[in-house]
Write a protein that binds this ligand. Structure first.
Ligand SMILES: *Cc1c(COP(=O)(O)O)cnc(C)c1O
Length: 374
């Protein structure tokens, strides 16, 4: 018996008949591209996010690139972002011809450090791109203040954090624009690729809508180089089946996190902390340990799955070597990359699962506390 990192099929199992019916409905309708399910999903999520414009696209990576292009980011521009995130965040910046500027993160929530953001602003900076990493919002109040002070746009990468909030503001509603991903392991999942761009201003929504269809509004006149990047109708139909269960799934993730805490996991590893005023949706449950590989081996011996995420931070990836960053430039991100480990986390995690994880962690080498950032 093993404890898996995630359990997607268990999450969907009770909804299987509804999912099958939703797919059959789309097949019967014969409408596969930009049909009523995409429109209805955009409407529903937009209502939840305070009336913001939502545009369904093919995936979260395209959502980022399209949002950046809609914000007029291009060659010569700089976008400040996190080095401790999935590669797609920075890839999208390079995709539109701009330069990612990596600033260090803060060690509690793993998000960009607002002071480091302020120090990274130059005359070329156009956008600040905070990532709500692992399900916890970035420290948005001071980040938004830096943006306002310098007249910069803010694009939230909320791919991992649907339902999280910072000081009562939902992620996706704080920046000029935001993106979500429906990749099957995200906390707002689909059953394949899909993404969403969320916009504050109607003009930006219209531009994003145009960009997802080849830069055209009427399919006859082509006004700019865009994308063929639509959220698929079958995908949207299934996501609409999942949508009413999101808050429950997020609550069960938080309950699983509480089980770990109550089971004494914090005696063996550094637990994820939640910044005051933030709500965490635990897309991933990231602990820290100075002997991360030793911990990982001890867990594996006991049949407990774990995973390293972003073990090489983005400023040290070969694709960005030309930007000139070196080891030691962003020390907090580098230390998190070296010490953080994802433990099993999903809505169906049981008390027995948590107990097995804690029991396995007990056999790990000592050294959770010494020298660990906090
Ligand atoms: C998953 C993810 C993306 C990209 O989303 P895709 O749908 O996989 O293209 C972007 N940013 C972050 C932080 C992600 O976790």
């Amino acid at each position: 018996m093993t404890v898996p990192l995630m359990d997607i099929r268990a999450q969907y199992a009770p909804l299987r008949a509804d999912v099958d019916a939703a797919i059959a409905g789309v097949l019967d309708s014969g409408r596969f591209i930009l049909g009523p399910h995409v429109a209805a999903l955009e409407e529903t999520v937009g209502e939840r996010l305070g009336g913001r414009g939502c545009v369904g696209v093919a995936n979260g990576t395209d959502a980022l690139a399209i949002a950046l292009q809609a914000l007029d980011v291009g060659p010569g521009d700089e976008v400040i972002t996190s080095p401790y995130t999935f590669y797609a965040t920075a890839e999208a910046i390079a995709r539109v011809g701009a330069t990612p500027v990596f600033c260090d993160i803060e060690p509690v929530g793993f998000g960009i450090d607002p002071d480091a953001v302020g120090a990274a602003v130059t005359a070329r900076t156009r956008v600040i791109l905070p990532v709500h990493i692992f399900g916890q919002p970035a420290d948005m109040t001071p980040i938004l203040a830096v943006a306002e002070r310098h007249g910069l746009a803010v694009l939230e990468d909320a791919a991992q954090a649907f339902g999280s909030a910072d000081s009562g503001r939902q992620v996706g509603t704080m920046g000029d624009a935001a993106i979500f991903s429906f990749f099957p392991t995200k906390n707002f999942p689909g059953i394949g690729d899909g993404g969403l761009v969320v916009c504050r201003e109607a003009a930006l929504t219209a531009r994003v809508r145009r960009l997802r269809f080849h830069g055209s509004t009427d399919k006859v006149t082509f006004e700019e180089v865009g994308y063929n990047s639509r959220l698929d109708e079958i995908q949207a139909a299934v996501i609409r089946v999942f949508y009413p269960h999101l808050d429950d799934w997020n609550a069960r993730r938080a309950r699983a996190a509480a089980m770990y805490e109550q089971s004494g996991l914090g005696e063996h590893v550094r637990l994820p902390a939640v910044r005051p005023g933030a709500t965490h949706t635990y897309h991933l449950f990231m602990v820290r340990h100075d002997d991360r590989d030793g911990l990982r081996a001890a867990l594996a011996d006991a049949g407990v799955s774990s995973a390293v995420y972003y073990g090489v931070p983005l400023h040290l990836q070969p694709v960005f070597a030309h930007l000139g960053y070196g080891l030691g430039d962003l020390p907090v991100a580098e230390q998190c990359a070296a010490t953080a480990l994802a433990l099993p986390m999903h809505p169906n995690l049981t008390r027995e699962d948590a107990a097995r994880v804690v029991g396995a962690a007990t056999t790990a080498p000592a050294g959770a506390g010494s020298g660990t950032i906090r």
